[in-house]
Design a protein around this ligand. Structure first.
Ligand SMILES: Nc1ncnc2c1ncn2[C@@H]1O[C@H](COP(=O)(O)OP(=O)(O)O)[C@@H](O)[C@H]1O
Ligand SMILES: O=C(CO)[C@@H](O)[C@@H](O)COP(=O)(O)O
Length: 561
């Protein structure tokens, strides 16, 4: 049999897909490619022009196929590799990114009769228009004393499966009936690659209220939401569960033709774009937290003990690494703050000066921001431009920027937003400490950790911890490739098990240690953040929710005259 030299990994992020070929003997990335989604994030209108309400975030599933068809042949070409040299394929995807499909797995938005129906498209993980359903679900679950709440920090997020499905039922009941399955986009991509539709145990555990011991919630729970949902789990979620590292099947002839991979190449169960990275970073022990910092941030840590933590996103046995209990917390908006700021608030003069200096606008703003000392801008922000995922689990909260004067500069605001995301991470770390889940080491990866050393230094100064940035340019895609090698197995030229695959992990780090002076100043500023966090986030003043309600109604002043 020809030497299987590589494993292929594809990381489907929020804005683009990244593909890597990993050399099996060295664990090095032999080649990489990326491809942006042609429709990006659809948050204002459908391709047909139909406008979308506030807090919607959709994607087009055809984009995922198109990026595969572009990125995989490109990575084979640049490595001079043939498809027959690939031992296995692994993919990871953002989550909970879900779509309604027919029994054959066809997305409903592909059907002409649904092309202009927003609910027929992919609901991206950051879709926050199901908050009403999430709030009602949590009330019902708490009234019923549902045990599963303990595994989700006592509140199910509007970003997860059940609120999103309930919103479809409430707003498009005919489409809900037409929907055979409600699937994770990662599982849908694996079904396109192999012809088989599974539900990966990781996403089921963290996003669909499934547990290995108890399965999905009861029929009576779903009926309490809406009598029409009584059989929701038995019908719309009824695809077989595939554990982490499991083999989903082999590349079909159609996909071999589209991608250049060899027909029959083993494909691993889909994984989540943050969770997948624990293996690739070699973080297989309790107490090692990994923050995947991109559009959002996911904070992941393993423990040998189950402990309830308010505001945690999910507590799932075997969720991150088999044999351990995987905890997930997160911030639904990190890089998105900076993307929003650059798109809406930066003067053209700054763009021009960045171009003249031959640097990117993020790098230009960062360089101006890092000249200041902690507190010099007089600003503080709450990092809730897209709601709060942990520790408040409330998509109806919104951002706050305090302290602006006529002297406030764009770089002051940019820095305040970076600091606010670090305060949010410190809040999460403190919630784990208070719950007795130790976090002994803190690692970071993802686009921001790779691109912004100053921000990583801020995180060290604000959390008071050493930050180890994993030096893998594409950690999620790299890790997904290791799962592809696991699906192949030793006899297939891949890896025999998790321990074997972890031998290939990336253990090179850029280390950031706290500056004592800055850390002392940030201890004071962080207390101001906590005061604002608790005042606006815990019910003392629900002005943020009132304002969002007005925005949703499209209210304007004259209606209140
Ligand atoms: N130099 C930078 N500093 C801070 N944020 C950045 C920088 N460059 C890009 N970003 C942000 O990183 C996010 C993209 O993160 P990345 O991990 O590449 O993608 P994804 O979130 O799709 O996985 C965007 O929200 C963008 O605003
Ligand atoms: O929520 C999860 C995983 O649980 C992420 O997929 C989601 O936050 C999106 O991640 P990115 O910021 O796009 O990397």
């Amino acid at each position: 049999m020809e030497q299987k030299r590589y494993a292929l990994g594809v990381d489907f992020g929020t804005l683009s897909a990244r593909c890597v070929l990993v050399e099996m003997h060295t664990g090095e990335i032999a080649a990489s490619s990326s491809c942006e989604y042609p429709h990006g994030v659809m948050d204002t209108a459908l391709p047909c022009g139909r406008p979308l309400p506030a807090d919607w975030a959709l994607q087009h599933p055809q984009d995922y196929i198109d990026t595969l068809a572009a990125a995989v042949p490109e990575v084979l070409r640049s490595a001079g590799a043939s498809g027959t040299q690939i031992c296995g394929v692994g993919i990871d995807f953002t989550s909970c990114t879900v779509l309604p499909v027919t029994a054959e797995g066809t997305p409903l938005c592909f059907l002409p009769e649904y092309a202009s129906e927003p609910h027929a498209y992919v609901k991206l993980w950051k879709h926050h228009a199901a908050q009403k359903e999430a709030t009602r679900l949590n009330q019902i679950a708490q009234e019923r004393g549902e045990k599963f709440l303990e595994n989700y920090g006592r509140k199910i997020s509007s970003e997860w499966v059940v609120p999103k499905a309930w919103q479809i039922l409430n707003e498009a009941p005919k489409l809900y009936e037409k929907m055979a399955y409600f699937v994770e986009a990662g599982d849908w991509i694996v079904a396109q690659l192999t012809g088989r539709l599974w539900r990966n145990a990781c996403a089921a555990g963290y996003k669909a209220i499934w547990s290995k011991t108890d399965g999905f919630p009861s029929r009576s729970f779903f009926a309490a939401l809406d009598p029409r949902m009584e059989d929701f789990a038995e019908t719309k979620l009824n695809t077989p569960i595939l554990p982490l590292g499991g083999r989903a099947g082999g590349i079909t002839a159609r996909m071999a033709k589209l991608t250049g991979l060899a027909q029959g190449t083993p494909v691993a169960a889909a994984n989540l774009d943050a969770h997948v990275s624990c293996l690739g970073a070699g973080l297989t022990r309790p107490g090692q937290m990994l923050a995947i910092m991109g559009t959002s941030t996911c904070h992941l840590v393993n423990s040998s003990r189950p402990r309830p933590i308010p505001g945690v996103c999910g507590i799932v046995p075997d969720g991150l690494i088999p044999g351990l209990i995987g905890y997930e917390a997160g911030q639904s908006c990190v890089g998105d703050h900076f993307s929003w700021f650059v798109k809406n608030c930066v003067p053209a003069a700054y763009e021009r000066r960045a171009q003249e200096e031959g640097t990117g606008i993020y790098e230009y703003l960062t360089r101006l921001a890092e000249k200041k000392v902690p507190g010099e801008s007089g600003l503080i922000a709450l990092d809730w431009w897209n709601g709060n995922r942990s520790v408040l689990v409330d998509g109806d909260l919104s951002g706050l920027l305090l302290g602006c004067t006529l002297g406030t500069k764009p770089e002051d605001i940019f820095r305040a937003l970076m600091e606010a995301t670090a305060y949010g991470t410190r809040m999460i770390l403190e919630s784990f400490a208070a719950a007795g889940i130790p976090v002994d080491e803190f690692y970071a990866a993802g686009g921001i950790a790779q691109k912004n050393p100053f921000m990583m230094q801020l995180y060290a100064n604000i959390t008071g911890r050493e930050i180890r940035v994993v030096e893998s340019a594409q950690l999620p895609a790299f890790s997904a490739a290791l799962y592809g090698a696991l699906a192949a197995g030793r006899d297939g030229g891949g890896c025999a098990g998790i321990g074997d695959a972890a031998q290939l992990a990336c253990r090179r780090y850029a280390i950031y240690t706290p500056d004592p002076g800055a850390a002392a100043a940030y201890d004071v500023l962080y207390q101001e953040y906590v005061t604002l966090h608790n005042y606006f986030g815990r019910g003392a003043n629900d002005v943020m929710k009132r304002l969002k309600a007005m925005r949703r109604k499209g209210a304007c002043y004259h209606e209140y005259e």
